[in-house]
Design a protein around this ligand. Structure first.
Ligand code: HEM
Ligand code: HEM
Length: 175
């Protein structure tokens, strides 16, 4: 594998788009940016899309683990290649850990998760305060780590494109 194929690019951009939107909604809820009614709707959408992207992430991360990563593009600086790969692994872990801890946080708090009015996961009886607390700490801490990783990742992509002027971003867009 020398570049990203269609499936790689589709997986990358779909997960990226939803992940950024879901994380922004999470932080907006955390900083109390909405009135009560809007917060309720945003929280329900955050949970439903977060669960959906979690299911997609199992396929997306599995496909990457099986196919491996293509080597850096020709001419890209190798000095930061190790850091870039560590961030890629952090992001892959993030799209699994965030949905899993979010689901656990809600279900162990005894708050069922409604998936777009179609299916409801859990019940008010599934309450376990210690597990809910642990899942909440994981969701919050991983949320900080992965949000910082996303910010670094985007800055790196822009650096490759505009300063180094190499093909790193182009091959994730056009293969
Ligand atoms: C890609 C997946 C997800 C990302 C990136 C994400 C990110 C975040 C972030 C950054 C916060 C704010 C920090 C915090 O309070 O912990 C948050 C809050 C929260 N998340 Fe998630 N989350 C995801 C999936 C989920 C899922 C699947 C659920 C539940 C089914 C969930 C439930 C919650 C809840 C209940 C809150 C607290 C909201 C509030 O303050 O009212 N999250 N999330
Ligand atoms: C505007 C936002 C983003 C841009 C411009 C961007 C750009 C890129 C580029 C250019 C690469 C190729 C790097 C290389 O070949 O060395 C890449 C790879 C990668 N990106 Fe992003 N990215 C963005 C958002 C995200 C987000 C939000 C996530 C995860 C939550 C993510 C996860 C990954 C992963 C895991 C890889 C490694 C290859 C793969 O498995 O797809 N990216 N990204």
């Amino acid at each position: 594998m020398t570049t990203y194929g269609f499936v790689d690019r589709f997986n990358h951009w779909l997960a990226a788009l939803f992940f950024v939107a879901i994380a922004c909604a999470g932080w907006a809820l955390y900083f109390d940016s909405f009135d009560r009614a809007t917060a309720g709707t945003v929280r329900d959408l955050h949970k439903a899309f977060g669960t959906l992207i979690g299911v997609f992430a199992i396929w997306r991360v599995g496909a990457r683990m099986e196919r491996g990563f293509p080597p850096s593009v020709e001419g890209a600086s190798t000095a930061l290649a190790g850091l870039a790969r560590t961030i890629h692994y952090t992001l892959l872990a993030g799209i699994l850990i965030m949905p899993a801890s979010g689901l656990a946080k809600s279900l162990f708090a005894g708050r069922p998760v409604d998936l777009f009015g179609l299916v409801t996961l859990g019940s008010p009886d599934s309450k376990n305060e210690a597990f809910a607390e642990l899942a909440s700490t994981v969701h919050f801490t991983a949320g900080i780590v992965v949000s910082l990783a996303v910010a670094l990742h985007i800055l790196a992509a822009l650096k490759h494109h505009f300063l180094d002027r190499d093909q790193t971003l182009v091959r994730m867009l056009r293969g």
